[in-house]
Design a protein around this ligand. Structure first.
Ligand SMILES: Cc1cc2nc3c(=O)[nH]c(=O)nc-3n(C[C@H](O)[C@H](O)[C@H](O)COP(=O)(O)OP(=O)(O)OC[C@H]3O[C@@H](n4cnc5c(N)ncnc54)[C@H](O)[C@@H]3O)c2cc1C
Length: 403
């Protein structure tokens, strides 16, 4: 008992900012460690599983894209605070939140992710759809229904801006989903024009060329038109200006831009040219302040797998620190890239190995199960994974599973 009391007395306060991939992973790995008292501050009371959000926009189950932080931490000794971090006071070691409260820390972990960036392109903030939150995904889904049912014909063009993974995945799923709605509402099957605009000369330009070319072939086969090397200049309610030419559309989805959370700049962190926090070999931006996931300027920042890896690394680092061990150096982990593109097809890059087709699609399924299991024990993770096959529609006619 005396020993336990002594441990409690010396507990150090760790505050984790952000309840996403990095923050949740760090908290899960640290929870239960007797040397630390954990607080996780998140502006959402749900965790967002971004990789499946495009499915939620296309009639998929919402439970796979968003689940309560309370469920993840239900048996963990952690103080969950639903509030928005605004500023830090380095001298007094406190974090101030939007509700005006002040939280004291000994060690701080920052994992606040990214925010949408429209690069000041006129009209996008007003007219474009997004798929970064469940609410945005729902808005797009409602719009597709409303428009098809009211006008009894598809939009002239459905335009997706951004040839990154999200844009490619959405473009692969959209033609089928639109036809599904048309069929269920008894609409005459007409041409469905899905257009993808990307400013780089190829899709997912940071990937090897064969990967980009395979994605382009697949999308074209699904009937998607590609506008590569073309830039968007402005959007109005009825058209999008691309390379100086108007494209008629009431359905434009912006997937092309995100930028590091403004908290880092507002709190005077040293930033890289990419706007991410510069970190040392221990993922510290400053002594005692760790930055991870999308916020850290590391080689594979911008991927969920990296944020999970970083979260686990920082948690291990703190465990070692408490037991007086020498700190280990951070080693970036090369992610496995799997991009599903409509039906049972995906492209995969694992080291130097590239796989295309149903095999890669099956591996993506396994990767999603592993992703859920990173956050929850195997039983709830498997239930969530099984729910990936479910469909959720507010429209009774479309409730039937797409075939
Ligand atoms: C649509 C989409 C699809 C994606 N698909 C894939 C994929 O297939 N594979 C892959 O590897 N990666 C994918 N990614 C990228 C991946 O999701 C991110 O790299 C990952 O989420 C980064 O984790 P993070 O912890 O840094 O940030 P996040 O997971 O974004 O977590 C940040 C958290 O901070 C919270 N927050 C924000 N502001 C505040 C505040 N002021 N105070 C408190 N909390 C705050 C947010 O609500 C959020 O919970 C995708 C991203 C998007 C947007």
């Amino acid at each position: 008992m005396a020993q336990k009391q002594q441990k409690l007395k010396t507990k150090r306060r760790v505050i984790i900012l952000g309840g996403g991939f990095g923050g949740v992973k760090a908290a899960l790995e640290l929870a239960g460690n007797l040397n630390y008292k954990l607080t996780l501050i998140s502006d959402q009371d749900n965790f967002r599983y971004y990789p499946t959000l495009y499915r939620a926009a296309m009639g998929g189950s919402k439970t796979i894209s968003s689940f309560p932080l309370g469920d993840i931490f239900h048996d963990k000794d952690i103080n969950l605070v639903n509030d928005s971090a605004v500023s830090i006071d380095r001298q007094n070691k406190t974090v101030k939140t939007a509700s005006g409260k002040s939280h004291s820390y000994d060690l701080l972990v920052i994992a606040l992710g990214v925010v949408t960036n429209f690069f000041n392109i006129k009209g996008l903030d007003k007219y474009a759809f997004g798929i970064k939150t469940l609410e945005e995904a729902q808005r797009l889904r409602d719009h597709l229904h409303q428009q098809l049912v009211e006008d009894s014909k598809p939009d002239v063009n459905y335009i997706i801006i951004g040839g990154g993974a999200t844009g490619v995945e959405l473009a692969g799923a959209l033609p089928h989903y639109i036809r599904h709605i048309m069929k269920n509402h008894g609409l005459k099957r007409g041409a469905v024009n899905v257009e993808l605009v990307e400013s780089a000369p190829r899709l997912m330009p940071r990937m090897p060329r064969p990967y980009s070319l395979a994605l382009a072939r697949r999308l074209r086969r699904l009937g998607v038109s590609l506008h590569l090397g073309q830039t968007v200049q402005a959007q109005t309610a009825a058209e999008l200006m691309v390379n100086g030419k108007p494209l008629d559309s009431h359905t434009v989805v912006w997937t092309a831009g995100v930028t590091c959370h403004p908290f880092l700049k507002q709190n005077s962190f040293a930033l890289s040219e990419h706007g991410k926090a510069l970190v040392d070999k221990y993922l510290q931006a400053e002594p005692g302040i760790y930055v991870l996931g999308d916020n850290a300027d590391t080689p594979y920042s911008g991927m969920a797998q990296t944020a999970l890896h970083d979260g686990a690394f920082v948690a291990n680092q703190l465990v070692d620190l408490a037991s007086g061990k020498a700190p280990k150096e951070y080693r970036a982990k090369k992610p496995i890239y799997i991009t599903p593109v409509g039906g049972r097809w995906a492209a995969m890059l694992w080291g130097r190995t590239q796989i295309y087709g149903v095999g890669a699609w099956a591996l993506r399924g396994i990767a999603d199960l592993a992703g859920f299991h990173d956050l929850q024990p195997i039983v709830p993770a498997s239930k969530r994974w099984i729910a990936m096959a479910n469909h959720e529609e507010s429209c009774a006619l479309c409730f039937r599973k797409p075939n």
